[in-house]
Design a protein around this ligand. Structure first.
Ligand code: SDX
Length: 430
């Protein structure tokens, strides 16, 4: 809704009146589209002050520590909902009624199996390949198998691709783990819930079927909910940018997986565990906090800080509660890494550096402790983040592709390279 303007006076040019647009929540935005007429661009490396799109899916208030999915607070969804219900909410905008929920779960479960030819891709990887490397490969390869759902302008094709991706990610992920430990792949069992089926595919073996512990299933489902979507984060923006060129959804999600892998983003949960293990003992915490504050030391406290949250990440609060439940259930309440994490959080949050820079624990700080307690290897942590975030990526992709003003995303730049010059023959070069 446009009702005010920002006046921009440029040297030697007429004053521009830039429309100010109000959303339903959050800061107003200034529509700078007409700046190109004035042959000027805005300059905002890292997009710290840039809204890249309009969206109705998720809203974050970083100062209040608020996270809403289609208006519902994450704490309430984590408490009362389940992951597939949150998938429906993110994709379609409303919580499903009983019939819609049953229908949706049935449609997703119809697509949990993997094409037998795609299974062969795994044998091409080394056994010690990082599971995220495998996921980048096999998810992109899905494009080669589903020619019947690649017309991005066909709503049914988009919906089919969405169901296939949500359904197949746990199967592909569990397969990447089984391959790394040399165990046979375990087929999905559709009589199980989403999280239960994932744990079953991870830890069952032909000789001993494993029935997942319901407390661990609930914790796994909650981890999926907490990682489902998060506005225009780096990987979601990557999916939108790839999708804006018309690339097929499987290729776009593979691009999102690649972007998520970085330790500054989804790779942080794996890095948090490595950091806690490196700290090793509560007595070493002050040394590491000093390292994190030292500008000459590249070390950062993994699991702390966030581009948007300048208050507690509400997901970290829910995750901490889940940690207690899981560790108590498993009799691991004196887990040394959890003790280090709790002490690190306590000390860091009292330190003036962290207070001044508003660095709080984020979603990745506690998730690794739960995953490790469940028995999931550290190198699978980001894979689990990717599994959960797939629904967020695909919801944003659908929102963008179905919007009437879809156009290829093409940022401009500030050029500071050489001005034009003639070719230098070899004998004239230094
Ligand atoms: C996720 O965008 C999303 O929504 C992401 C995510 C999602 O759900 O998609 O929430 C998931 O990626 C969570 C973040 C996981 N990453 C980590 O835990 C890695 C450690 N955190 C940092 O790398 C950092 O905090 C970022 C990348 C998360 C945020 O970086 P910003 O916003 O660009 O902040 P910054 O780098 O500008 O830091 C501001 C200041 C700097 O000091 P000054 O230059 O002002 O002196 O805070 C310092 C930084 O040095 N700082 C830290 C720190 N994080 C920031 N110092 C020590 N330890 C840290 N973790």
């Amino acid at each position: 809704m446009v009702n005010e303007v920002a006046k921009l006076t440029l040297p030697g040019k007429e004053t521009l009146e830039l429309p100010i647009i109000k959303g339903t929540l959050g800061p107003d935005v200034i529509d700078i589209g007409m700046l190109s007429k004035a042959e000027m661009f805005t300059f905002d490396p890292g997009f710290r002050s840039t809204a890249s799109c309009e969206s109705k899916i998720t809203f974050i208030d970083g100062n209040k520590g608020l996270l809403l999915h289609r208006g519902y607070p994450i704490e309430q969804l984590a408490e009362h909902s389940d992951f597939l219900e949150v998938c429906y909410l993110l994709l379609f905008g409303e919580l499903p009624n009983t019939v819609q929920k049953v229908e949706f779960e049935k449609k997703v479960k119809n697509h949990t199996l993997i094409h037998e030819q795609l299974i062969r891709f795994y044998s091409g990887f080394r056994r010690d390949a990082h599971p995220m490397a495998i996921m980048c490969g096999v998810v992109g390869a899905l494009s080669a198998f589903y020619h019947d759902s690649l017309d991005i302008h066909n709503e049914e094709h988009r919906e089919m691709a969405s169901f296939r991706l949500i359904a197949k990610m746990p199967t592909l992920a569990a397969m990447s783990y089984k391959y790394s430990v040399g165990q046979p792949f375990v087929s999905p069992l559709n009589r199980m819930s989403y999280a239960e089926n994932f744990l079953h595919m991870m830890f069952s073996v032909p000789s001993e079927e494993m029935i997942p512990n319901p407390i661990l299933v609930k914790a796994m489902d909650r981890i999926f909910i907490l990682h489902a979507d998060h506005e225009q984060n780096a990987s979601t923006s990557t999916v939108r940018l790839a999708g804006s060129s018309g690339a097929n959804p499987f290729a776009c999600i593979a691009a999102g997986i690649a972007a998520l892998w970085g330790p500054a983003h989804g790779g942080a949960n794996e890095a948090v565990l490595a950091m806690l293990q490196e700290i090793g003992d509560v007595s070493n915490i002050p040394k590491f906090i000093e390292k994190a504050k030292d500008k000459n030391d590249p070390f950062r406290l993994m699991g702390f800080g966030h581009r948007v949250y300048k208050n507690f990440d509400p997901r970290a609060t829910v995750m901490r509660k889940s940690c207690y439940e899981v560790l108590d259930e498993l009799g691991l309440h004196d887990d040394p890494l959890f003790a280090i994490a709790l002490k690190l959080e306590e000390i860091a949050l009292k330190d003036p550096y962290f207070i001044e820079k508003k660095l709080y624990p984020n979603v990745d700080f506690y998730s690794g402790i739960i995953l490790r307690a469940i028995g999931i290897p550290t190198n699978m942590f980001t894979v689990i983040f990717a599994m959960a975030r797939t629904v967020g990526w695909i919801a944003h992709w659908n929102e963008m592709i179905s919007s009437p003003d879809l156009s290829i995303n093409r940022p401009r730049q500030l050029y500071t390279g050489s001005t034009m010059r003639d070719f230098t023959p070899m004998d004239k070069r230094k």
